[in-house]
Every structure is written in C-alpha cells, then in structure tokens.
Design a protein around this ligand. Structure first.
Ligand code: MF3
Ligand code: CO
Length: 249
C-alpha cells in the first residue's frame, strides 16, 4: 500500500529534508584530501542534531553510523571508517534525517580535488539521470516512467544502472512502498498521485552493472572495480506540474 501524505505531513518532511540538504552542503565543504570518512560522519551527526533532527540511518537494521560514505568503486552503504580521502577519489555521501517522526533522504557524489573529465561526466550524467526521473514524477504518469527515464539517460551516455538497489517511498518510515527501480519499460506500475513522496536514487557505474557486498555486510562495490556514482532526492508529487524537490535548498 502506498501511503499518501497530507500537505501538513509534506511540510514536516520538507523540514527533515532541508536538514539533510544543509548537511550535505556542509559536508561538501569538508571534503578534501586528508579527511577521514569518520570525520565526515561526526560532522554530519553533529550538524543534524544541532538543527533538531535525528540521524535516520544510525541503528537502522543495525547500521552503525549517521552517514553512508561510498568511495570510488563503492556503490552505496560504505561505512565511515579511518579511511583517508585522497585527491582524485569520488565520494558518495548518503544521508537521512528524522523530524517530527518523518524522514528525509538524499545523496550526492562529489570529487576530491581534481578528477578526469571522464569521471566528471559520470557524476554529471548520474545527476542528470536523477533529474530525468524527477521530471517524470507527475500526476498521470505511471511509476515506471520515472524508472525508464533514469535508465535511458544513463545508458545513452554508455553507462550502466545498478539494478540490485532501488529508490523507495518515504514518510514515517525510511522505506515505504513503492519500490522505485532505476530501470524498466515505461507505462507500468501504479499511477502517480498527489501526496506520494518518493526517494529517487540512481546508482550508475562506469563499467558493468554488477555489484557485490563486502564482508562487512553493508558496502556494495562494483564487481568489475569500475567507478560508481549515486545521487538521490526526496520529492513530493504535486496536483499539477513538476514535483517539489524536498531535499533541494
Ligand atoms: N539512502 C539509502 C536507502 O534509502 C541509505 C539507507 S541504508 C542505511 O536505502 F542502512 F544506512 F540506512
Ligand atoms: Co534512499
């Protein structure tokens, strides 16, 4: 069952999402060669709590940290550690916060210092594929119109979308129905309705789409070792026109 949200509930989700967006902006300024992923996690937790939010991931299915930090061939769910970022890395930052019992969830991938044009293209195309999906999140469309648009944009650039993880409905729970795959035929699945709130989150690889999970039981990496990028927004479908992007400042 897809739980529709009232305008008031969406207002609370916007507050949680704003904290997420502000934290991600703050984290971007902390990214530099020499910083550890644990330091980023600490920054994120302090930042969220200082604004009256609760870190959403910490304790979720025993996940130990506030932030997911996924470096280079890590796709998602990298656990912060003593790992030191270095020039040329790319870093996925995925973050959730709770305010008033409602969740917000977003992710970005950023370069550490200078990276090659090819790598910048991976980041750009992945973010564009998120926006291609968001553009389809309008009343009258079906769910898989979002999925199809994401896949089409990424694959047109010669990149591959990860199929082992999906976006999701979001509300009083981090993961609600429906699942939002980043691939598929258009015109399938439920019709999009006002009050639906979705986390759309393409994960795009430079090489093959295959992923595997490391022994820590969380970190997903590309099977072929290729670089991977991840962008995510929480969006609310409007009665007409494009969705409200709750995690955008
Ligand atoms: N944004 C991710 C998701 O929606 C991260 C959550 S995983 C967690 O699944 F366990 F760390 F919370
Ligand atoms: Co998510």
């Amino acid at each position: 069952m897809i739980i529709l949200k009232t305008p008031e509930e969406i207002g609370i989700m916007a507050q949680a999402s704003k904290i997420v967006a502000e934290t991600l902006e703050g984290l971007k300024r902390e990214i530099r060669p020499g910083v550890t992923t644990d330091e980023l996690d600490r920054f994120a937790e302090d930042f969220i709590r200082a604004r009256g939010g609760i870190p959403a991931f910490k304790g979720y299915r025993s996940y130990p940290k506030t932030l997911c930090v996924s470096v280079n061939d890590q796709v998602v769910h990298g656990i912060p550690s003593k790992r030191v970022l270095k020039e040329g890395d790319i870093v996925g930052l995925d973050l959730g916060a709770i305010v008033g019992g409602f969740y917000g969830d977003a992710a970005v991938t950023v370069p550490v210092g200078k990276v090659s044009p090819k790598v910048m293209e991976l980041l750009r195309v992945t973010e564009e594929s998120l926006y291609a999906g968001i553009a389809q999140a309008v009343v009258g469309n079906r769910l898989s119109d979002i999925s199809h648009a994401v896949q089409r944009h990424a694959e047109a650039a010669g990149l591959s979308v990860v199929t082992d993880f999906v976006g999701h409905g979001i509300g009083r729970q981090l993961h609600e129905e429906p699942q939002v795959p980043n691939y598929g035929k258009p015109g399938q699945g439920p019709r999009l309705q006002v009050g639906m709130v979705l986390a759309i989150e393409p994960m795009v690889n430079m090489g093959d789409s295959g992923v595997r999970i490391l022994d820590d039981q969380w970190t997903a990496v590309t099977k072929d070792g290729s670089l991977s990028a991840h962008f995510e927004h929480t969006i609310a479908i409007q009665a007409s026109g494009p969705p409200k992007i709750l995690t955008k400042l």
